[in-house]
Ligand binder design. Structure first.
Ligand code: SF4
Ligand code: SF4
Length: 359
């Protein structure tokens, strides 16, 4: 693997450090030493020094959620997400990817979507048809929402309709690049996906992102790649929070724990709209590790190749919600909702923003 000087420095700094080992949601879910930032760095340092083959560490490289919990925790400013993304790019370049990642890339090449058997649900097609006419506002759903959290995506469209805004949903939505970046890092393919998506976004005055992962990549990465987006960019959560008065929400007093997706809590520093929504429908109760300290509750793309670990990740987050006395864990990420919706936990139910407000 041809790591850059910067990645080498970060790998060598992390490989003997234990300071963030307690913070990795994957390591906490599996209980395995291999699943923390330090272990990933140690594996990659062995490859860097020629003591191990790249394919021997490839699976470990894909067991990282890129959630940046370790980056936030690091007092000395080292960045495991940086070198993990570079390792994924190198594995792709060298043709040493795990077979399940190859399969997702094949899907992407054939259909523009990394998810297998990616057929859209009829109810979603119907909901999209209601918004096929061009308006000033695009509602960008994301492939995770369309293909892995379909029923809830229909509800999100219904909720947006209730605000009275006129909006468009693209018939064939392109990837924002977030999923392909997750798989192979900052490559030419990822930047091409970004340019392709930007063409669509620039046809509108406003873009509302259902998936925080899309909002994050467009706001933070597109500029780095020289891809300009001139539309006003708004998350679904912040749009709904700003329009609560139109939704006539009844407060039932239920204890609600907001689950901050890391893309909002850490990367975009957007945490209060979700709490405003929760406060309108019930009473907010905070989980341990909230806002910028959040832990993931799941990841749709990782559930494709490590579903049991994602289930364990979700259960731990349900446990945090229960410990905070919550009856509801409120999610605003289709990628997380796609996982938590299928996990049962006594006493706490997971609801999306649309489920909570339409209930
Ligand atoms: S990110 Fe910081 S705290 Fe974590 S292993 Fe690296 S140097 Fe240590
Ligand atoms: S980015 Fe997240 S999943 Fe990856 S090593 Fe850091 S804490 Fe663990």
């Amino acid at each position: 693997m041809n790591f850059t000087e910067k990645a080498r420095k970060h790998i060598d700094s992390c490989r003997f450090c234990w300071m963030c080992r307690h913070i990795c949601p994957i390591g906490n879910a599996t209980g395995q030493e291999r699943n923390n930032a330090r272990a990933r760095a140690l594996c990659l340092s062995l490859v860097m020094r020629g003591a191990e083959k790249p394919e021997a560490v490839a699976e470990n490289v894909y067991e990282c959620a890129l959630c940046s919990a370790c980056v936030k925790e690091c007092a000395t400013g080292w960045d495991p997400v940086y070198f993990i993304l570079e390792a994924r790019k190198e594995l792709a370049t060298e043709g040493k990817l795990p077979s399940y990642i190859e399969k997702m890339l094949d899907n992407y090449e054939k259909s523009g979507c990394v998810y297998s058997a990616a057929e859209e649900n009829v109810s979603l097609t119907e909901a999209k048809k209601r918004h096929s006419i061009k308006t000033d506002t695009l509602f960008l759903l994301s492939h995770a929402a369309i293909y892995r959290d379909c029923a809830d995506t229909v509800k999100s469209i219904e909720l947006l309709e209730k605000t009275g805004i006129k909006f468009t949903v693209a018939e064939n939505e392109p990837s924002s690049g977030a999923d392909i970046r997750f798989l192979i890092g900052d490559t030419g393919e990822t930047q091409e996906a970004a340019r392709n998506c930007a063409k669509l976004l620039n046809e509108y005055k406003t873009v509302i992102f259902l998936n925080p992962d899309d909002a994050e990549i467009v706001v933070r990465e597109y500029k780095e790649w020289g891809t300009e987006v001139n539309a006003k960019l708004v998350t679904f959560t912040s749009f709904i929070a700003a329009n609560l008065d139109k939704l006539k929400v009844k407060n039932k007093g239920v204890a609600i724990a907001p689950q901050d997706p890391f893309a909002l809590g850490r990367e975009l520093n957007e945490t209060e709209p979700l709490r405003k929504i929760a406060a309108a429908a019930g009473k907010v109760t905070e989980m341990l590790n909230n806002r910028k300290d959040t832990f993931i509750a799941g990841s749709a793309i990782m559930a494709e190749y490590m579903p049991e670990v994602m289930k364990a990740v979700a259960l731990r987050r349900f446990g945090d919600a229960a410990a905070a006395g919550a009856e509801v864990m409120l999610t605003c990420s289709p990628s997380e909702h796609a996982v938590v919706k299928d996990v049962a936990f006594d006493g706490v139910k997971a609801l999306s923003v649309a489920e909570l407000l339409l209930e």
